[in-house]
Design a protein around this ligand. Structure first.
Ligand code: C2E
Ligand code: MG
Ligand code: MG
Length: 327
């Protein structure tokens, strides 16, 4: 009787039950077969999301917000996890020197059966307060790595998939989970980057540094998201093993008209680069912003000007159709 690994790829929709049933039946001789089946199912899942988007008429965002009686609950988030209603969208990150794609940020969406697509700002805070963020985060890491495996196997050169990690997930079990997931999907660690925010750094410094050391030792990059909006001291930048600084969208928005935003953005860029960090500006929507950032020495940009977050199959289509050139 072959050893069957009971772990499955978490997928929304009926494919998940299908995989579960296959695993339970003992149909797999090795973990790699489970992974192959998972990857196949991921493609099916993409097609399912595509159908969902085509067929559902999603209520508008504002209409949903205007209906307080329908506030989301923690129980609904838990049920959504069980029903596998989440999906990852991917937004391109482009290098300014040659306009090539060097990464993508994985952003979670809730494909709600009644409300349509729910943005993370509407349920991540809820997931944080209820502690469900840990399970949501596990699902996100698993999905992003499964997707990286698909793209790696399709022969694409590695580009960093940035996964947002909440402060509550940044515990001593995280490096082991990251390592296990990378191994399970047999992906090169250069496919993965973890985005943390300044609030993660506010905990016990030695504890945080210990976790960061273990993540860096795996070859996985760490990025400091929404930089400039938290309360971290600049000395943190010296002490923590951060590869990338992401300038918060609130500063990019004012470029080039707002003198203060321009000053803040260029200061972050020059400080980040002097400290040896890669600097990304998020929320880039105009050519003028790009030009300013390029002249200020910013390394990479992310924003609607280059591409909105897309479901995996559309992101892949963009890669194939060459409007995104992989570095
Ligand atoms: P973030 O990590 O700072 O992600 C960037 C947000 O800016 C995304 O919003 C993205 O769609 C949006 N954005 C990017 N470019 C532009 C632009 O040019 N213009 C405008 N107006 N917006 C732009 P999104 O996807 O709604 O995510 C919001 C936040 O939710 C994220 O901010 C992140 O903090 C959180 N989030 C998303 N996915 C996850 C996740 O898997 N885990 C955790 N813990 N948090 C997540
Ligand atoms: Mg982020
Ligand atoms: Mg951000």
């Amino acid at each position: 009787m072959p050893t069957v690994e009971k772990r499955t790829v978490s997928l929304p929709g009926p494919q998940a039950d299908y995989i579960d049933a296959l695993v339970a039946s003992g149909a797999y001789a090795s973990a790699s077969e489970v992974v192959r089946a998972g990857l196949r199912a991921l493609r099916e899942r993409d097609a399912a999301v595509e159908r969902w988007l085509r067929e559902k008429v999603a209520p508008t965002y504002d209409a949903m917000k205007a209906d307080p009686a329908r506030a989301l609950s923690g129980a609904e988030v838990r049920a959504a996890l069980a029903r596998r209603e989440f999906a990852l969208y991917y937004q391109p990150v482009v290098r300014l020197t040659d306009q090539r794609l060097v990464g993508a940020e994985a952003l979670v969406r809730w494909m709600h059966p009644q409300r349509g697509m729910v943005a993370p700002d509407e349920f991540i805070p809820l997931a944080e307060t209820t502690g469900l963020i840990v399970q949501v985060g596990e699902w996100v890491l698993e999905q992003a790595c499964a997707q990286a495996a698909v793209w790696q196997r399709a022969g694409l050169p590695p580009f960093r998939l940035a996964v947002n990690v909440s402060a509550r997930e940044f515990t001593s079990s995280l490096p082991g989970r990251v390592e296990g997931t990378l191994n399970r999907y047999r992906i090169d660690p250069s496919w993965l980057e973890l985005e943390i925010t300044e609030s993660t750094l506010m905990h016990d410094i030695d504890y945080v540094i210990g976790i960061m050391d273990r993540i860096s030792a795996l070859g996985v990059a760490l990025s400091l998201d929404d930089f400039g909006t938290g309360y971290s001291s600049l000395s943190f930048l010296k002490r923590f093993l951060i590869d990338t600084l992401k300038i918060d969208r609130s500063f990019t928005t004012g470029i080039p008209a707002d003198v203060s935003d321009c000053a803040i953005a260029s200061t972050i860029i020059s400080m980040g680069r002097k400290l040896g960090h890669r600097v990304i500006a998020e929320g880039v929507e105009t050519v003028e912003q790009t030009e300013f950032l390029r002249q200020a020495g910013c390394d990479e940009v992310q924003g609607y000007l280059y591409g909105k977050p897309l479901p995996a199959y559309e992101f892949e289509k963009a890669l194939r159709e060459n409007w995104l050139l992989v570095a």
